[in-house]
Design a protein around this ligand. Structure first.
Ligand code: SF4
Length: 311
């Protein structure tokens, strides 16, 4: 099998993809452009999705939010100095970054692309918050820049989406991903594993459902309980099993073996600031766990996609 990544990596790392694409080290700069979400502004709800940290939604945190241009300028300065970085992707990360009038979106995206070292945008959004008008704007920008739309798919199972109070189903994700690809854009999917009662075979079956979609990259993370979320209160009275580090390493290795080999892996582990995490209480560092995932695949003599399309 001809792999798009070095076999010693065992899976298609995002850093490898970026270096190949741009010929240099490219860093992602996260910005908060002051958006909201339909699950917060009353359209679909007011409390946000079940697991989403409402601390980050606090008005206080956003008081004094710097302009997008200022956020980018500061990040570029820091990264150039600390990491000797050359090029940057601006990641519209917080909340739903297509959830505003198109004029506002156009202005914000153009501001981000006005920096000479910015080579593209990654736009985090919900699958129910895009339309042809927005995708047309992005596809026009895509002629000169790398434009990626990152969808919060979260699960391929509606029972999990309902439980998480996402306000959309998996079919909506499928339609948004397919439509976005028709506009020639790069598509990323965010997936969570470890919903209450979710079985190993359901998780592995997720790979098959993702494999048939025109997805270019994915971010996977374990469900974790974060302070000041509706989930914190739910978990307090209905504790359920969360993945241990060892279980996560094994299940992710299994999942990667079944995943299409050309899907770039942006993330394989959830991250919450230490002081906000309620559970699970993992002791190992992110880099140790990622290393163990690679080691596990190596010990097995396997790699991403080795079981793609094999029952
Ligand atoms: S998970 Fe995403 S869509 Fe849901 S409340 Fe949080 S930012 Fe909004």
């Amino acid at each position: 099998m001809l792999l798009p990544f070095p076999l010693e990596d065992r899976y298609y790392r995002y850093s490898y993809f970026l270096r190949k694409k741009f010929g240099t080290k490219v860093y992602k700069i996260g910005v908060d452009a002051g958006f909201t979400c339909p699950t917060r502004d009353g359209t679909l709800g007011t409390r946000g999705c079940l697991y989403c940290n409402n601390l980050s939604f606090s008005v206080d945190r956003r008081k004094g939010l710097k302009s997008v241009k200022e956020q980018i300028r500061e990040s570029i300065e820091k990264l150039k100095e600390r990491k000797k970085a050359d090029k940057f992707l601006v990641y519209f990360q917080a909340y739903t970054n297509t959830y505003a009038p198109v004029e506002k979106l156009e202005k914000l995206y153009a501001e981000a692309l006005s920096f000479k070292d910015v080579v593209g945008l990654c736009i985090g959004t919900r699958p129910d918050c895009v339309n042809d008008e927005i995708l047309k704007i992005l596809s026009d920008l895509n002629k000169d820049y790398f434009i990626s739309v990152e969808y919060g798919v979260e699960s391929v199972y509606d029972k999990n989406l309902d439980w998480a109070q996402r306000g959309h189903d998996f079919k909506t994700s499928v339609m948004a991903i397919e439509k976005t690809k028709r506009y020639g854009l790069d598509v990323a999917a965010h997936i969570i594993f470890g919903f209450p009662g979710e079985t190993k075979s359901e998780i592995l079956m997720s790979a098959e459902k993702i494999n048939v979609l025109p997805v270019d990259s994915i971010k996977v993370h374990n469900l974790h309980v974060v302070k000041n979320t509706p989930l914190e209160y739910y978990y307090g009275s209905n504790p359920f099993k969360l993945f241990s580090e060892e279980e996560w390493i094994e299940i992710i290795a299994d999942f990667l073996e079944k995943l299409r080999p050309d899907i770039v892996i942006q993330r394989l582990i959830g991250e919450a600031k230490n002081n906000t995490l309620v559970a699970p209480n993992w002791k190992r560092s992110k880099s140790w766990i990622l290393n163990e995932i690679r080691n596990t695949l190596e010990k097995r003599g396997t790699f991403q996609g080795c079981k793609y399309n094999i029952d």
